[in-house]
Design a binder for this molecule. Sequence first.
Ligand SMILES: [Zn+2]
Length: 450
Amino acid sequence: MNLKSERRGIHVDQSELLCKKGCGYYGNPAWQGFCSKCWREEYHKARQKQIQEDWELAERLQREEEEAYASSQSTQGAQSLTFSKFEEKKTNEKTRKVTTVKKFFTASSRTGAKKVAQEKIIKQGQLGRERNADNILRDLKEIFTPSWELASPTEAEIQEAKAPSPSINRQVSIETDRVSKEFIEFLKTYHKPGQDIYKQCKLFLDTMNHKKDLSIEEQSECAQDFYQNVAEKLQTRWKVSPEKVEKAMDQIEKFIMTRQYKYVFCPETTDDEKKDLAVQKRIRALHWVTPQMLCVPVNEEIPEVSDMVVKAITDIIEMDSKRVPRDKLACITKCSKHIFNAIKITKNEPASADDFLPTLIYIVLKGNPPRLQSNIQYITRFCNPSRLMTGEDGYYFTNLCCAVAFIEKLDAQSLNLSQEDFDRYMSGQTSPKKQESDSWSPDIKDHCSE
Ligand SMILES: [Zn+2]
């Protein structure tokens, strides 16, 4: 029996975690193996190509129409129309037509939507003042410099204020208010750029509020654009240091996503929920998988190790209770560190990346974290992309995505089982017998290593 090939089922070469374009950032299955940056470039390219094709079609149709018009004019002998006038008319028509075409194709794009949003914001502002909505942000405004006073409540805030709040809603809105207060306190330390950030965030929230009908991918793109624009502006216009930009970006994400969460987490327009249930069912069906089958170098008979395993499971389950993408990421990172510790204590030497992924799979199987796919999707769509592309948060997140992909396709081979045994365990006919060899021993290392 070739144990080498059996183990290969779980092994992931570290290079496979990286963007397939070779830029060096972490890739993600949700972005077809690209990193967030390359994926957006690909996505834009595809969309630009589509727009270009639509334009060409529109222009061809227009040309044909004009030719037909010109020939009908000349056959009718309508010479009153001088050449220059004809040209003028043609230009006017073209401009008008192009504007219409453009408007059609860019209905959801920045410029069009921004204008609509701005108009609506003005209306909303008036509405808000008329309703005199009880709003914490405005209550706080006197502590700020005059330009803050212009800030009006977002539509979401108005709705929040209007909605009767059962205790859960109340709890959430208390938290939202707390986050707002903290955000404002934080921005004060940034002085003028802080005011600018605040205005941009408000504008973004209002714009998003009018984009609820868009697909979640388009909403995600708006958020990513927003992160990118704010960061660029802080750097170039306000000359804020990179460290301070990073700090600000975390606070911005927190403020924005605390508010957006209920609209964009596992939205009804997606099949996120269906996928959640599928993964949950799959994990339940794999309840019989032992650490030995996955070649996980974790001996839970050691109390400290067992403690680390429990903590890792708790962390990954806790991810679902967080509203901010970065807080969810922090749960994954915490979980991963407990895993590394568990391996280190078991092996009495530092864990390798090859030990880590199977152990993460084991922890996910044991914990069956709620709404796993929704959480991954939400992080992918709404986290500040720089967090996912580099650093330890990005590394652990990519590993988690890999772990879920493996769980979806775990088979007899990757578990070092015969097909017959695998099928019997899956069908629930039998479960693997508890054997003495079930507890971890250094032999596993030989049995499972490459
Ligand atoms: Zn890339």
